[in-house]
Every structure is written in structure tokens, then in C-alpha cells.
Design a binder for this molecule. Structure first.
Ligand code: GLC
Length: 584
């Protein structure tokens, strides 16, 4: 029996359990494991070098074999692809390169028959300038769609400064000659922001969401959702440090009103869940968005981890020193406590906007690649919250580290390169930074096998393929190997699914300041788990805190042979070793 300073800890766990029952109901989306697919880079069946829906259909058995429950698809709607589908031209049509609506229906049916749920990307802060609404809107000042977007008439002078993510001049107001006015675009110039302040816009969005729900989708990942509400008097903002604008964008006056309305009008009518992308949401505001009583969203992706290795206030520039494990733990400790009593967290180490998890949080050198990748899987799957994996994580795909600007396709890298060039900045420093920070580190095609183009396409891939697919970073090789990252991933997924404690149990971090070992427990009813992770390249000895007592420990899973755990409190861990014990 686990007798952690008996009276105190027991009282704690009893208390937290009571609260759990009151506010943290059990649901499929808390217990589910999400697998994110970037369709463009997943599997091409037509030979045009671009992944497609039939490619996903072809791989459904593989996806199901992972043991995951939910698929999140990056945008598949009709789009001119200025920002790879995040610029939507028609919300109810499938992007031509990806296939047809019939393909989509078949994909969904194929998922349902394998008990897989589908989460779509909802991109409604902005659309494409090629969307009918915008074409109408820009055609005249009295067009009935004029007020679907944010316009600033030129006779009022230059609009107050707003920063744009992808604009070559970082300017979010674009002058449009036709009606002598500026329109607002927080992202690229081809991504005009929709005006949520107009109730007609909101109704159009809700109807579109019903359209997809009626087809049978199970939820939405909501792109940059805190940005939807704007102060339409467009005040001057105090933004001496330019990148502070993110917090400003995320705190629009009506963001909660809109999210609540969206929930009432759409989400609440289905057995669905929403996960918001949450740039700019401060931890103190977390429950305002996801407290069950507020009926807004179910969870969101915070950005505290994603900014850990970046310069303060900078989104895309790496900091000079390496991130510290104590800082990493602090992010997870703080966010776990934020949702301890209400709400629910999402757990992720990578996605299509950030570099590869193993290259960023592990060590992708040949010596440590496999162990650090499996350690990271152990971590995510033993924490409280819903875990999200990005395609290729399950085989430990690594950063591609392009060296030439012509290798890049991403508007983000290309336009910032132009910005640096135009402002006589240091292009070498910029290119070096992109090797670690660029989004396209994550977007190179999936590695299926060792055939040409990693089995992704028979044609010319839309973006370079990481040549290391030939070195056993591929699905078919790892499927055959008993101790591959892929085999381990399946085991740890199964372990989480067999132990509700790993989903709902309370989390306690030991030694938050330790810079090499991350040790914590998960406790739920009478089940106790101890997780030990060595986040370093060296052998480490770790001693449990004095108030932890147990009678017996049972090893459930380790990514390497145990070096020494014979003593009661002391453990010896190999570099990047992860061990899960059940304590009795
Ligand atoms: C989100 C998406 C990103 C996209 C941006 C603009 O951050 O994840 O890929 O570029 O929104 O839609």
C-alpha cells in the first residue's frame, strides 16, 4: 500500500477525488488519444506529390493499429493554399488536390467502422480573399457582404497599427484600391479576418458547422479562436514590444460571448468536443474558456511550452541557451493545477506549426534518438489531459533542417526571409534559426517504407522528404521490429487505455527543480503509479522523496533494460530511460 506521509497525502487525495466527481465527469474525449494528420504530407494516391483523402483511407488500418481514438485533420476545404488550407475559399467543398466529397464520406465511414472519431479544423477567424464573401465584400462599399470583414476607409487616414503574422511588412492592414479602404488580416494578406461582430457572419459559421456535424464529424479544433473578437473602434494599441500583440488579440471584448453562443447554437446539440488553439490565453484565464459551467470550449492548446525555447515575446526565434527541464516541468505543473478542479487540459509536444518533438524535447542523435522518442511518448501518455500526437511522432520522425530558402514552401518562412532581406538583416542567422524553428520541419512527408520517396508518392513530392527515412525511420521497418519506437508507442497507448488512473488520476511532481530527472506519481482510488524519466544523455541515480513509501513496486513498462532498482528508494536510470511502476 502507498503510505505517503499517510494522513496528509491521504486527505489530499480524498479531497481531490471528491472534487473530481463533482466537476470532472468522464467522457470519451478525455479518455481518447488524438492523432493529428496533415493530409498534404500523409499519403499520396494520385502521384501528384500531394497527400490526399484516399491516401488516408488506404492507411486507416494502420492508424487503427496504433490504438488511438480520434483523428484531427488539418484543413481539407477548398483553398488556394496560400497558407496550406488555412485560407479557406469554400467551407463546404473539399480541396481538389485532396479529393472529393465522396472521398470524404468514404473516409468518415471507414473511420466509424473502426471506432475512430473525427475532429475537423475550424478556421473562422479568417478565410481566403478568394472566398465569395470577400470577393463580394471588396467589390463595393455598399455590398451586402461589406460588413463580413473589417474595413477601414482611407479617408480616415492610416489605420492604427496592427501586426500581422505572415505579412512581408508585418502590417495587418492591406490597402484595397477598389473601394479605397484597408482590410484587416492578422495572418497573410490573402487571409482577411472575418467580422464576428456581425451576427450574420456568426450565423453563416454556425450553419457551416451544422453541415459538418450532420455528416457525422465529432468535433472541431478551432484555429486561433481567441482572436475572433475585435474592438471595432480599432483603438491605438500600446505595443512598444511588437509581439505583445498576441495577448491583445486574444482578449477581445466579446470572445466569451461568441464562444458561449457558438456552444449553445451548435456544439451543445451534438455529442462533440472542441479544442481551441489558444495563443495569448494566459493561465489565469484558462478556466474562463473551459470551465464546464461556462459552456464555451472543452479544452485548448496553450502556448507556454511552445514558447519555452523561443526568445521572450518572440514566436519564431529560438532563444540562445537550451531550455531547462525545471522550466519544462513548471509548465506542466502549472497547467495541471489550473485544471485540477475544473476544466480539462490538452497535452502535446508537437504539431504542424512546430518542429518535431524528438528533435526539440529529446535528442535525435543516433545514440539517443530511439530512447528519447519513447521517453517522450511515455511522458505524454502518463500525464493528465488529452494527449495529441502528430503524424510521424510514432516512428520518431526528426527535423529536416533545410539549408536553402528554396527548400521551403511555407509562407511563414518565405515572407519572414523577405522581411529580413528587405530590412538588411542577417540572413544566415535567419536560416540557422529556421533549421530549429521552421514549421516545415514537421511538414515533410510521412515515411512509410524505404522505397523511393519513402512510399509517400510515386511523383515529385510537394516538399523535400527527410532522407533519413532510409535509416529505419519508417513505418514498415518499425512494424517488423519488436523494440522499435512504433512498437513501444502501441504498448504505451494500450497501457494508458487499460488504466484510468493514467487519464484521471491526480498528478504529483517530485523534485520540480531537478534538471535531469522528471519523476511524478499518478494516483486514483487505490491505484498508484510512479513514472521516472531521465531527460539527459548520462546515467543518473535518482532517490525518491523521503515521504514516499510503498510495499511493492511492479514494473509496467520501460523503454530500456532496468540498470538497478533493487533498493527501496534509489533508482539508476540509463540515458533517456523511462520507467513506469505500479506501487502497492
Ligand atoms: C494556426 C494554424 C497555422 C495557421 C494559422 C493561420 O496557427 O495552426 O498553421 O498558419 O493558424 O490560420
Amino acid at each position: 500500500m502507498w503510505t505517503v506521509t499517510l494522513s496528509r497525502k491521504r486527505t489530499n487525495s480524498y479531497l481531490s477525488f471528491t472534487i473530481l466527481v463533482m466537476s470532472n465527469t468522464h467522457t470519451w474525449w478525455k479518455e481518447g488519444i488524438v492523432y493529428q494528420i496533415y493530409p498534404r504530407s500523409f499519403n499520396d494516391t494520385t502521384g501528384n506529390g500531394i497527400g490526399d483523402l484516399r491516401g488516408i483511407i488506404e492507411r486507416l488500418d494502420y492508424i487503427a493499429s496504433l490504438g488511438i481514438d480520434i483523428i484531427w485533420l488539418n484543413p481539407i476545404y477548398d483553398s488556394p493554399n496560400d497558407d496550406n488550407g488555412y485560407d479557406i475559399r469554400d467551407y463546404r467543398t473539399i480541396m481538389q488536390e485532396f479529393g472529393t466529397m465522396e472521398d470524404f464520406d468514404e473516409l468518415l465511414a471507414g473511420m466509424k467502422s473502426r471506432n475512430l472519431r473525427l475532429v475537423m479544423d475550424l478556421v473562422v477567424n479568417h478565410c481566403s480573399d478568394e472566398h465569395e464573401w470577400f470577393k463580394e465584400s471588396r467589390s463595393s462599399r455598399d455590398n451586402r457582404y461589406r460588413d463580413y470583414f473589417h474595413w477601414w476607409p482611407a479617408e480616415k487616414g492610416t489605420p492604427p497599427k496592427r501586426w500581422s503574422y505572415f505579412d512581408i511588412e508585418e502590417n495587418a492592414w492591406q490597402y484595397d484600391k477598389n473601394t479605397d479602404a484597408y482590410y484587416l488580416h492578422y495572418f497573410a494578406v490573402k487571409q482577411p479576418d472575418l467580422k464576428w461582430e456581425n451576427p450574420k457572419v456568426r450565423q453563416e459559421i454556425y450553419e457551416m458547422m451544422h453541415f459538418w456535424f450532420k455528416k457525422g464529424v465529432d468535433g472541431f479544433r478551432m484555429d486561433v479562436i481567441p482572436f475572433i473578437s475585435k474592438d471595432t473602434s480599432y483603438p491605438e494599441i500600446d505595443a512598444t514590444a511588437p509581439h505583445e500583440f498576441i495577448a491583445y488579440y486574444a482578449n477581445g471584448p466579446k470572445v466569451h460571448e461568441y464562444l458561449n453562443e457558438l456552444n449553445q447554437e451548435v456544439i451543445s446539440k451534438y455529442d462533440a468536443f472542441t479544442v481551441g488553439e489558444g495563443p495569448g490565453i494566459h493561465i489565469d484565464q484558462a478556466l474562463d474558456f473551459v470551465h464546464e459551467d461556462r459552456k464555451e470550449m472543452d479544452m485548448f492548446f496553450h502556448f507556454d511550452l511552445m514558447s519555452l525555447d523561443r526568445k521572450p515575446g518572440e514566436v519564431f526565434t529560438m532563444r540562445e541557451d537550451r531550455w531547462k527541464l525545471s522550466e519544462f516541468k513548471k509548465v506542466f505543473n502549472d497547467w495541471d493545477s489550473a485544471f485540477a478542479k475544473a476544466g480539462w487540459g490538452s497535452l502535446f509536444l508537437a504539431n504542424h506549426d512546430f518542429p518535431r518533438a524528438v528533435s526539440r524535447w529529446g535528442n535525435d542523435s543516433p545514440e539517443h534518438w530511439k530512447n528519447s522518442a519513447t521517453l517522450l511518448h511515455t511522458f505524454l501518455l502518463t500525464m493528465r489531459g488529452t494527449p495529441y500526437f502528430y503524424q510521424g511522432d510514432e516512428i520518431g520522425m526528426t527535423n529536416v533542417r533545410f539549408t536553402d530558402i528554396n527548400d521551403y514552401r511555407d509562407i511563414n518562412t518565405i515572407n519572414r526571409y523577405e522581411y529580413v532581406k528587405n530590412n538588411k538583416g542577417d540572413l544566415k542567422t535567419f536560416m540557422d534559426n529556421e533549421q530549429h524553428a521552421a514549421r516545415e520541419n514537421a511538414r515533410t512527408p510521412m515515411h512509410w517504407d524505404t522505397s523511393e520517396n519513402a512510399g509517400f508518392t510515386s511523383g515529385e513530392p510537394w516538399i523535400g522528404i527527410n532522407p533519413n527515412y532510409a535509416e529505419n525511420i519508417n513505418v514498415s521497418g518499425q512494424e517488423k521490429e519488436e523494440h522499435s519506437i512504433l512498437s513501444y508507442f502501441k504498448k504505451i497507448v494500450a497501457l494508458r487505455k487499460n488504466h484510468k488512473a493514467l487519464v484521471y488520476g491526480t498528478y504529483t511532481c517530485f523534485h520540480p527543480d531537478h534538471e535531469r530527472i522528471y519523476a511524478y506519481s499518478r494516483a486514483y482510488h487505490d491505484q498508484h503509479f510512479l513514472i521516472l524519466l531521465n531527460f539527459s544523455d548520462t546515467i543518473e541515480t535518482y532517490c525518491l522523496p523521503p515521504d514516499i513509501n510503498y510495499n511493492r513496486k511492479v514494473k509496467l513498462l520501460s523503454n530500456q533494460k532496468i540498470l538497478d532498482d533493487k533498493t527501496y528508494k534509489e533508482f539508476m536510470l540509463a540515458p533517456w530511460q523511462s520507467i513506469i511502476y505500479k506501487l502497492e
